[in-house]
Design a protein around this ligand. Structure first.
Ligand code: PBG
Length: 326
């Protein structure tokens, strides 16, 4: 079938026709909205490198979560900024920790919103690494116990799902076991399964105040060059009991999202990370690109690559736009 018999432009003639043959569609159902929660009351601290995103006290986080839910977004993912950091990240698994408070407050007001928690030590440790340091190294097995405790404390506070982002080996199994042993066998795990050591996390580290105080995360996060290893990482998490598998970041890793989609039948998540958000915001502020158009193109690209779930700071903006078009 080729020109002039076949003319692809016939089906592009107008928007109604284009709508009929559109292969991929976005919906607010696709999104998870990240929230940064801090101590205090009625307090909001803008993140300079992420216009429109702020650290929020619990009361304001509840409001923000309600706005997202009212726009049709089914879930939020919570990150916490503790009062005090220490070498073992103990506020991360304290009953009175900031995330535990936020979960209780949000679930109390919005029982039908899915509350996911990021499980990682980096926001809570004084050294900013995702695990405990023993002899100058991030110690894998000593970290597992703390991640498991953190997951259980989130579940006990009422979280609907936990999402480990630390990249320690064996953490999905450790978390599954502690949840199952303590009556939380129905809490799903969304594993940051293929998480790469990325420069695109830069703005997030301002938002979560989680910059490592020495070294970098390359001894636990993946090498950006590796796609086959990404499949091995995902396979491990599936074997250990992950319910949703996530690829992160999204844009430079669309090939990996596609490969994971084809290899596994679990729901696939993709994290459209802070740097991907900030680049678009910055270029749009300079008038160099059209923000809405580029935002939607990026999100459709992530979905087209194979993601079922997109974690994105654009969730509210994109949902608002999608809702206005129907
Ligand atoms: C915690 C964590 C990070 C992100 C999500 N969970 C930062 C990191 O690994 O340094 C990044 C999210 C983003 O950039 O939007 N480990």
């Amino acid at each position: 079938m080729y020109f002039p018999v076949y003319r692809p432009r016939r089906l592009r003639k107008n928007e109604t026709l284009r709508r009929m043959v559109r292969e991929t569609k976005l919906s607010p159902d696709d999104f998870v909205y990240p929230l940064f929660v801090m101590h205090g009351r009625n307090a909001r601290k803008e993140i300079g490198s992420m216009p429109g995103i702020a650290q929020l006290s619990v009361d304001l986080a509840v409001k923000e979560a309600k706005e997202a839910f009212d726009l049709g977004i089914p879930a939020v993912i919570l990150f916490g900024i503790p009062k005090k950091k220490d070498p073992r990240g103990s506020e991360g698994y304290a009953r009175s920790g900031i995330i535990q408070q936020a979960i209780r407050a949000i679930k109390d007001k919005l029982p039908d919103l899915v509350v996911i928690t990021d499980v990682c030590l980096c926001e809570y440790t004084s050294h900013g690494h995702c695990g405990v340091i023993i002899k100058g190294q991030v110690d894998n097995d000593a970290t597992l116990e703390l991640l498991a405790r953190m997951s259980l404390s989130h579940a006990k506070a009422g979280a609907d799902m936990v999402a480990p982002s630390d990249m320690m080996d064996g953490r999905v199994r450790a978390i599954r076991e502690i949840l199952d042993r303590n009556g939380s066998e129905d809490i799903p795990i969304m594993a940051y399964a293929a998480k790469h050591a990325s420069g695109f996390y830069g703005p997030f580290r301002e938002a979560a105040e989680s910059t490592p105080q020495f070294g970098d995360r390359k001894s636990y996060q993946m090498d950006p060059a590796n796609a086959r290893e990404a499949l091995r990482e995902v396979r491990l998490d599936v074997q250990e009991g992950a319910d949703i598998i996530m690829v992160k970041p999204a844009l430079p890793y669309l090939d990996i999202i596609r490969a994971v989609r084809e290899e596994f039948d679990l729901p696939v998540g993709a994290y459209n990370v802070s740097g991907e958000y900030s680049m678009i915001k910055a270029a749009a502020q300079r008038g160099w690109i059209e923000e809405e158009r580029v935002m939607m193109e990026v999100l459709i690209g992530i979905k087209r690559a194979g993601a079922d779930i997109i974690l994105t700071y654009f969730a509210k903006d994109a949902a608002r736009l999608l809702n206005s078009k129907r």
